[in-house]
Design a protein around this ligand. Structure first.
Ligand SMILES: CC(C)(COP(=O)(O)OP(=O)(O)OC[C@H]1O[C@@H](n2cnc3c(N)ncnc32)[C@H](O)[C@@H]1OP(=O)(O)O)[C@@H](O)C(=O)NCCC(=O)NCCS
Length: 393
């Protein structure tokens, strides 16, 4: 349906406009050529409607990060039935927005001039993306949000245009982003899966339902998770593991068509555990002391809207992993054990990468949400989800 919708904004952007068959010489190329970032890209922010002004947000300033938190807490993504809303914590937002080489002016806000209330937000971070054998420095766009009271006033396109201008001024011409809604230019559509860890709570808050003819006792038994990891040498990753995780992960990711190319600094930033934000584990060979496998998950609670008992559920999301010796099913089983130890209620994943190897075996349930992946100003063939090795927060 949405494919047939008229897209006043996106139809004018350099994204694939739904043409199925491209000429070979059009593929794996920018849609628009790069320009001169100084001469061709305006140096001043775009015009906003009267009464609004741009701001650059300092994520390490206590007041400003609280403003971002509160905008997202009250206005960010909800499920289709408006029962849950993402609740990205302050430490999570600071982590997500400060990787190596991050640019402060890619944390863009819009305020009401008279009150200074933050009502719009969008962010970018620099990422090296490997896509069909090309490595391109792109922007990864996230946290687009407009206050609920100001929706449908075409503020989102202004935010997107403004961050594009700032990125282009850095001589970067491609971007990658995801969305739950279908827009022009998607390169892949993925499906969410959910592994209940605390099924009783999930049923009570309406995240899942009790199956017909199945009691709560039977459901709890079905999803029971053991208390200890079973892979010998499975332990939390430390700073000293960074070089080995770096080579293991970059090597493993070569099997996918679109991935991140990580530096060692990136690994240290993204993949060393931070409490309630991200958890990473390695398998260390007992004899050689080599790291043979690696897995991780990140944590984003969701607010339970309008519930008398529970205010939130703790949700983990499968993050990067690499297996060279341990079966992926065993590795993720141990990740579930660690998630349970950290009080996670449900463990989510998409059907990307090699996740289908463990989705059924570890009792992940088919979800009702899709996630679409997009590229800005890059034309390439469409991917099946298992060719994706790039994970968004
Ligand atoms: C997403 C959001 C910022 C859009 O703002 P809005 O007030 O609903 O829409 P606006 O009138 O400002 O702009 C509409 C345009 O933005 C596009 N748009 C809507 N959601 C979008 C998204 N997630 N990513 C990119 N563009 C989007 C629309 O397709 C439309 O362009 P079109 O005419 O070419 O189709 C707003 O709905 C919101 O904050 N939602 C909750 C948070 C959220 O879903 N964020 C996106 C996470 S991916």
């Amino acid at each position: 349906m949405s494919d047939k919708k008229e897209h006043r904004f996106w139809s004018q952007q350099p994204v694939s406009q739904g043409k199925k068959n491209h000429y070979v010489n059009e593929i794996n190329k920018p849609i628009e050529p790069a320009k001169d970032p100084v001469k061709d890209i305006r140096d001043k922010p775009l015009n906003l409607p009267d009464g609004y002004e741009w701001c650059e947000l300092d994520i390490f300033d206590k007041i400003q990060i609280e403003e971002i938190y509160s905008l997202l807490y009250n206005n960010y993504v909800e499920d289709g039935d408006s029962m849950f809303r993402f609740d990205y914590s302050i430490p999570f937002l600071q982590w997500a927005l400060s990787p190596p080489e991050y640019k402060k002016d890619w944390h863009v806000g819009v305020r009401v001039s008279s009150t200074h209330l933050l009502i719009g937000f969008i962010t970018g971070i620099p990422v090296n993306v490997n896509i069909y054998q090309n490595t391109i420095l792109m922007a990864e766009i996230n946290f687009l949000c407009v206050h609920k009271k100001l929706r449908s006033k075409r503020l989102a396109p202004v935010l997107i245009r403004e961050i594009t201008r700032r990125i282009n001024r850095c001589n970067i011409w491609q971007a990658v982003y995801t969305s739950g809604v279908k827009l022009p230019g998607s390169i892949s559509t993925c499906r969410y899966y959910h592994r209940p860890i605390n099924p009783q709570k999930l049923i009570e808050v309406g995240f899942s339902c009790l199956r017909r003819n199945v009691t709560m006792t039977m459901t709890k038994k079905l999803y029971k998770i053991s208390d200890c990891p079973k892979t010998p040498g499975f332990r939390i990753a430390t700073d000293a593991d960074v070089p080995q995780i770096h080579s293991l992960l970059n090597e493993y990711l070569k099997r996918f068509d679109v991935t991140i190319l990580f530096s060692e600094e990136d690994i240290k930033h993204w993949l060393i555990s931070k409490q309630n934000v991200v958890y990473s584990y390695v398998v260390e060979d007992q004899e050689t002391k080599q790291i043979t496998d690696f897995c991780s998950f990140y944590v984003v609670p969701s607010t339970v809207l309008r519930h008398s008992v529970y205010s939130n559920i703790l949700v983990a999301y499968a993050y990067y992993y690499a297996s060279s010796k341990t079966d992926l099913v065993d590795l993720m089983q141990d990740a579930l054990v660690c998630a349970k130890k950290n009080k996670i209620d449900v463990f989510n994943c998409l059907d990307i990468a090699e996740n289908k190897q463990f989705i059924n075996k570890l009792k992940f349930e088919f979800g009702d949400g899709n996630l679409h992946y997009y590229l800005y100003n890059w034309r390439c063939p469409i991917f099946s989800s298992e060719k994706i090795g790039l994970i968004f927060l």
